[in-house]
Design a protein around this ligand. Structure first.
Ligand SMILES: C[S@@+](CC[C@H](N)C(=O)[O-])C[C@H]1O[C@@H](n2cnc3c(N)ncnc32)[C@H](O)[C@@H]1O
Length: 233
């Protein structure tokens, strides 16, 4: 292998997703064409000025991997006093959230469709965020794929850098082995404190909407684990 090819290999980061384009509905395609220029941000914009982006100062909350955006739209609608940045690489989900922004006339959401790790590294100023939400990230069930899980020691430190002192990192998963992995990584991470009274998991806080998928899981007796870690130093 040439030195260049070798270098490329070592620089290629393991990603937490596989980009599947999926089929866009007509509505999602229209929303991407017409609304993304207003509500969307791209990596080309470089470091973001949140005051300019939202036209005000407010609590700043980041949701990573918002899926179809139902929870994010609901949270933004319930909490007009907060500003939300949502990141999702799956474009039909981005189109779907844009449609909800239009329908609910939300002014407090901006969207990125790039890799959250790159957006955090390149676009979000340090010590800016009041909270980071990571709800039901891809669990990568098979052991050989665990390295693709987004929650890893380096990711914990990246989140730490972007949070304000006292800011929180809220994770939720329905996969027990991933919950244990999150607990292990976050407990070992410097500068965080687990907010759970027993030092493990907490009950779902009221601001995290109960998704349809989760309701179905409840009926089938499946578990869900919420973890909230606070930046203390
Ligand atoms: C299992 S889904 C959960 C979606 C949603 N949070 C929910 O609760 O229904 C995980 C989502 O995270 C997105 N995702 C994974 N890694 C990502 C990354 N590095 N940046 C942005 N989105 C990512 C995937 O595209 C997928 O839509």
């Amino acid at each position: 292998m040439s030195i260049d090819a070798n270098r490329k290999m070592t620089l290629r980061r393991i990603r937490s997703f596989v980009r599947r384009e999926g089929r866009l509905t007509k509505g999602q395609q229209r929303a991407l064409n017409e609304l993304f220029p207003t509500y969307g941000i791209t990596l080309q914009q470089g470091a973001l000025d949140f005051d300019a982006l939202f036209g005000r100062q407010a609590s700043r909350i980041l949701e990573i991997g918002f899926g179809n955006g139902a929870s994010l739209a609901q949270m933004a609608s319930n909490h007009p006093e907060n500003d939300y940045l949502g990141i999702e690489v799956h474009r039909p989900g981005v189109g779907n959230l844009l449609l909800q922004i239009e329908k609910l006339e939300l002014t407090n959401i901006r969207i990125s469709s790039d890799d959250a790790v790159e957006v955090l590294e390149q676009q979000i100023p340090d010590a800016l965020l009041d909270a980071v939400y990571l709800f039901f990230p891809d669990p990568w069930h098979k052991k050989k794929h665990h390295k693709r899980r987004i929650v890893q020691p380096a990711f914990a430190q990246l989140i730490h850098r972007k949070l304000k002192p006292g800011g929180i990192f809220h994770m939720a998963t329905d996969w027990e082995n991933y919950a244990e992995h999150m607990l292990e990584v976050m407990t070992a991470a410097d500068g965080f404190q687990n907010t759970a009274p027993e030092g493990k998991y907490i009950a779902r806080p009221e601001y995290r909407p109960l998704t349809k998928f989760e309701q179905r899981g409840h009926r089938l007796g499946h578990g869900v684990w919420d973890l909230i870690f606070k930046k203390i130093t």
